[in-house]
Design a protein around this ligand. Structure first.
Ligand SMILES: [Ca+2]
Length: 348
């Protein structure tokens, strides 16, 4: 019996070799280069946003049509400078457009305590040679989407203020956005702005609600994807630091946040949610699971302010109705353990 198996195995191996040989002998048809997807990146440029901009700029999967900046981690002008510098580091000449300098309620937030007053670790890294374009960010988004209906993807790495303004100014044109990728919400885990709210949503929950309710296709990458094995360890950041000018730039920009984490519960490693969300955009093999949900953002003041509730499609809750539009694909599992190595390989 064993001998028969061995003979059969040998025959199959020979057949496979023959097929392989035939395959290599035949002339291979020329393959057209895959068309690059078109993205606009909307960002409140701090160190994590900058690392995501670099990842996108180094990718051959996408063309960055433009970068629209807004207040969030830092003020609007600093956000623009940081974006310009990150793009220059990566050799990209994508234009940068100025958007919102305050949120929908007229407030300006910041995360100086996390990323430093320049958002980039206060390490004297920011000396861009370029300047922001004259055109307004909202006009740029609307003009670009109108010129290429159904083709433009928005990657939102900060509060949703710019996107909500575009939706409110011209909802019809915004329906022609191909999809929105949002780094925001706590996902199915705890928040960082409050026990239930995540910083980007907390920065402008009214805008986040407008975006969720817009009917535009949305994929959300929440905070819960960025913890644990996805966090960049001190040893990994040291490897990044030695990986050429870009690696050094990204590692240096993370200096302040490493200090912040050291006194906030995870000494020795930090989250980088924006580059992780960008990796979901660029590399479908990184995303292991998404679930359809109805996303609902709480905008009323109180302890749950800026929480986003996710009603999972097909799940029956005991007391809450789950009959809303399932308007969000929530990324619920990524290849966390390979995140850093993928990032390093992509930006080297
Ligand atoms: Ca951000």
């Amino acid at each position: 019996m064993k001998r028969q198996h061995r003979i059969l195995g040998a025959l199959l191996a020979s057949a496979a070799l023959l097929l392989t040989a035939c395959g290599t002998a035949a002339p291979s048809a020329p393959t057209a280069p895959a068309e690059r997807r078109k993205i606009i990146i909307d960002t409140d440029t701090g160190a994590d946003d900058a690392s995501a901009l670099i990842l996108a700029a180094k990718s051959d999967q996408v063309d960055i049509l433009g970068v629209t900046v807004l207040v969030g981690n830092v003020g609007l002008e600093q956000s623009a400078k940081n974006a310009l510098m990150a793009l220059e580091m990566a050799g990209s000449d994508a234009p940068v457009y100025l958007g919102a300098s305050e949120n929908s309620s007229g407030e300006a937030i910041d995360a100086f305590s996390v990323f430093g007053t320049d958002g980039m670790g206060d390490a004297d890294l920011i000396h861009p040679t370029g300047t922001a374009a004259e055109e307004d960010a909202i006009d740029f988004i609307l003009d670009t989407v109108a010129a290429d209906p159904g083709e433009v993807e928005l990657v939102a790495l900060g509060p949703a203020t710019n996107i909500a303004k575009a939706i409110e100014r011209d909802p019809e044109t915004m329906q022609k956005v191909k999809t929105i990728w949002s780094m925001g919400t706590a996902g199915l885990g705890p928040g960082n702005a409050s026990p239930v709210a995540e910083f980007n949503v907390y920065g402008d929950p009214g805008a986040y609600a407008v975006m969720l309710d817009s009917g535009i296709d949305i994929t959300v990458v929440g905070l819960d994807m960025c913890g644990g094995e996805a966090q960049w360890t001190d040893a990994q950041i040291e490897r990044l630091e030695k990986a050429g000018d870009i690696g050094h730039f990204v590692a240096a920009s993370f200096g302040k946040i490493r200090e912040f984490y050291a006194v906030n519960g995870s000494a020795g490693s930090v989250m980088n949610c924006d580059a992780l969300a960008m990796m979901c955009v660029l590399d479908p093999t990184f995303v292991r699971e998404t679930i359809r949900c109805h996303g609902s953002c709480i905008t009323e003041p109180g302890e749950t302010y800026a929480q986003v509730l996710f009603y999972q499609e097909g799940f029956t809750y005991d007391v809450a109705a789950n009959d809303g539009d399932h308007n969000v694909s929530l990324v619920s599992e990524v290849e966390k353990s390979s995140y850093f190595d993928r990032y390093l390989a992509a930006v080297k």
